[in-house]
Design a protein around this ligand. Structure first.
Ligand SMILES: *[C@@H]1O[C@H](CO)[C@@H](O)[C@H](O)[C@H]1NC(C)=O
Ligand SMILES: *[C@@H]1O[C@H](CO)[C@@H](O)[C@H](O)[C@H]1NC(C)=O
Ligand SMILES: *[C@@H]1O[C@H](CO)[C@@H](O)[C@H](O)[C@H]1NC(C)=O
Length: 237
């Protein structure tokens, strides 16, 4: 008879023991104490874990910002001394570049971004040998490390628009040592390039992360089974 009463008494006592930390909270100088009490609770672990994850994310985000364009250790835009060298490489490769982020620029007139007409782009950019009409249009991407082209059309002139990633444009140019010219554009640049009929070209994505996008406009309808195309011009690309 005495056992159940004692048992319920014990139960009550245990219950009030568990509750004792709570009534201590409201005294004014005990904010620190209430934090300590909070941290002792099991769910505080989750709170601390989230805080830790958040701080880790913040620190990684600010210590490793998006990489600036860096090709072979030099970041874009290049130093003034290498500018004329770059300009002559662009000229030899029949390529004109413009910034996709800085005003003013040839095809970037306002904050919405750039827009151009592939038919007139080469002419407007002052380069010759491109297509003056688009009988055939290709649009696509080149993922990091990928190559497109590396072929020679003997039946069409072609204008390229390239953007999105650090990309090399190689154009056959028999007047140069090595037989080709090469221009490298940065990820925030857009290039207009022309490959006249009979000159080989290759587009190489050299970016570690970003994808190159391209549009090719050809002035005649060509098929890739056509005998007027020479493939695999440069070994090792
Ligand atoms: C980087 O530059 C050096 C010297 O300018 C050159 O020898 C090397 O081939 C370049 N590497 C790449 C990946 O372009
Ligand atoms: C390519 O451009 C040249 C020069 O503008 C033009 O004479 C020629 O008809 C064009 N098309 C082909 C397929 O060569
Ligand atoms: C090339 O392919 C096109 C369409 O796929 C076909 O109509 C044409 O006959 C082919 N030409 C040759 C030379 O095989």
């Amino acid at each position: 008879m005495a056992n159940p009463r004692r048992a319920s008494g014990l139960h009550l006592q245990n219950f009030s023991d568990e509750e004792t930390p709570l009534p201590q909270q409201p005294t004014p100088p005990s904010r620190l104490l209430s934090i300590v009490v909070f941290l002792k609770r099991p769910h505080a672990f989750l709170f601390l874990l989230s805080l830790f994850v958040l701080l880790t994310w913040v620190s990684l985000r600010f210590h490793n910002p998006q990489p600036r364009y860096s090709i072979n250790g030099s970041s874009f835009p290049p130093a003034a001394s290498s500018l004329s060298q770059r300009e002559s490489a662009d000229r030899d490769a029949n390529l004109v570049r413009f910034s996709s982020v800085k005003f003013p620029s040839q095809f970037l007139k306002d904050k919405r971004g750039w827009l151009l007409n592939p038919v007139t782009a080469a002419r407007d950019a002052g380069i010759s040998g491109g297509a003056i009409s688009c009988a055939s249009v290709h649009v696509g991407e080149i993922r990091p490390g990928g190559v497109r082209g590396n072929h020679r059309h003997r039946g069409c002139n072609e204008t390229f628009i390239l953007w999105g990633a650090a990309t090399k444009f190689r154009l056959e140019n028999p007047s140069l040592e090595g037989g080709y010219a090469e221009a490298t554009i940065g990820g925030d640049e857009v290039a207009v390039a022309a490959s006249p009929s009979g000159r080989a070209h290759a587009i190489i994505n050299i970016d570690p992360q970003r994808t190159t996008f391209l549009l090719g406009c050809q002035d005649s309808l060509i098929f890739y089974n056509d005998s007027s195309i020479d493939f695999n011009i440069w070994k090792g690309l």
